[in-house]
Design a protein. Structure first.
Length: 143
């Protein structure tokens, strides 16, 4: 018990803040599903990394797939940001990932951890420009 108490007390405020974020969040509409998964940063408290997967609806894909692959892979970087309290935090980078999952678009998204980002509450915002043009907001705080 003493070891557990020491392990908890030895964490920095930023480590405790990072541990307070949800590991998974999702949003769904009639035209798509979006999943956000927090990635482990191996004790690096200067960055916050997420893996985001977007699954367009099969009916939508049948009618609109022609240019979607190029647009989703090379033009979706400006679609993501984190809303921290009243502040808007843009990612340091957005990298499309070829994950091998059919009709799934995946991204690695990294944010620099600063005082503006550490405010409560955190929300990942995705403003779709290609599928349904809706804005999705996913709560990143543990519930």
């Amino acid at each position: 018990m003493l070891v557990a108490l020491l392990a908890i007390s030895c964490k920095t405020p930023t480590e405790r803040w990072l541990n307070g974020l949800a590991e998974y969040s999702q949003a769904e509409s009639a035209s798509m599903k979006m999943e956000v998964m927090k990635m482990d940063t191996k004790n690096d408290t200067t960055i916050l990394n997420y893996r985001v997967r977007i699954y367009p609806d099969k009916k939508w894909l049948e009618n609109n797939h022609r240019n979607l692959v190029s647009e989703m892979n090379y033009e979706a970087d400006s679609c993501f940001f984190i809303k921290a309290g009243g502040a808007k935090c843009s990612p340091g980078f957005v990298q499309p990932v070829a994950n091998g999952i059919k009709d799934c678009y995946e991204y690695l998204i990294s944010f620099n951890v600063d005082n503006k980002l550490k405010m409560r509450s955190l929300n990942m915002v995705y403003t779709d420009m290609y599928i349904d043009k809706q804005t999705y907001t996913l709560n990143l705080d543990k519930k």
